[in-house]
Design a protein around this ligand. Structure first.
Ligand code: IMP
Ligand code: MG
Length: 186
């Protein structure tokens, strides 16, 4: 895929690279203040949150560990099937730990509401959510999100970890997917 093809997937840049890094730094500072004196376990939701989480963690000033979960509620298309399953579970036991779930985007809320129920049953000391993006207009289930990077409108976005049919995660900004591409996923 050439640079032109990559850029052609985006109809509009929604959040520029600089705005992303500035907001991620702010979130890191806020989290560091809130968790002062505690140890944090960041749980990244694969795969989209990896990019955000890596940047966020570099701004966290309390001792922290990371682990990952993979959950699937989507096929290659842009709509939720409503089916949630665990593809990869945690390696770390979260009982009595301060857990912060890091997600790329909250859309319907189905994925995170399932995840929070599942993790809550493992009795962590605390359990909060940090999402880079949220689309409040698409919410089907209410999810208590403690930290939000940006609220966005109901549009399908790619870049900075977010994919369309597994592609475009490597774009350095968040952009709106070119409508012409949704009808023909790779
Ligand atoms: P939810 O269960 O509907 O909240 O969906 C959350 C998941 O859907 C996210 O973790 C993403 O993987 C995916 N998703 C939702 N909206 C977008 C988008 O605009 N771009 C890329 N992935 C998205
Ligand atoms: Mg995801």
């Amino acid at each position: 895929m050439t640079q032109t093809e990559l850029e052609g997937a985006v109809s509009e840049i929604l959040i520029e690279r600089d705005a992303l890094s500035a907001r991620v730094a702010e979130l890191g500072a806020e989290i560091s203040a809130d968790y002062e004196g505690r140890e944090l376990l960041l749980i990244g939701v694969l795969k989209g949150a990896v990019f955000f989480m890596a940047d966020l963690m570099r701004h966290v000033r309390v001792p922290c560990e990371i682990d990952f979960m993979a959950i699937s509620s989507y096929g290659a298309a842009t709509d939720s099937s409503g089916v949630v399953r665990i593809l990869k579970d945690l390696e770390i036991n979260i009982r009595d730990r301060h857990v912060l779930v890091v997600e790329d985007v909250i859309d319907s809320g189905l994925t995170l509401s399932y995840l929070i129920r599942n993790l809550g049953a493992r009795e962590p000391a605390s359990l909060e959510i940090c999402a880079l993006l949220t689309k409040p207009g698409r919410r089907e289930i209410d999810v208590p999100v403690r930290y939000v990077g940006f609220e966005i409108e109901n549009r399908f976005v790619i870049g900075y970890g977010l994919d369309f049919a597994e592609r475009y995660r490597n774009l350095p900004y968040v952009g709106v997917l070119n409508e012409g591409l949704t009808s023909q996923p790779a």
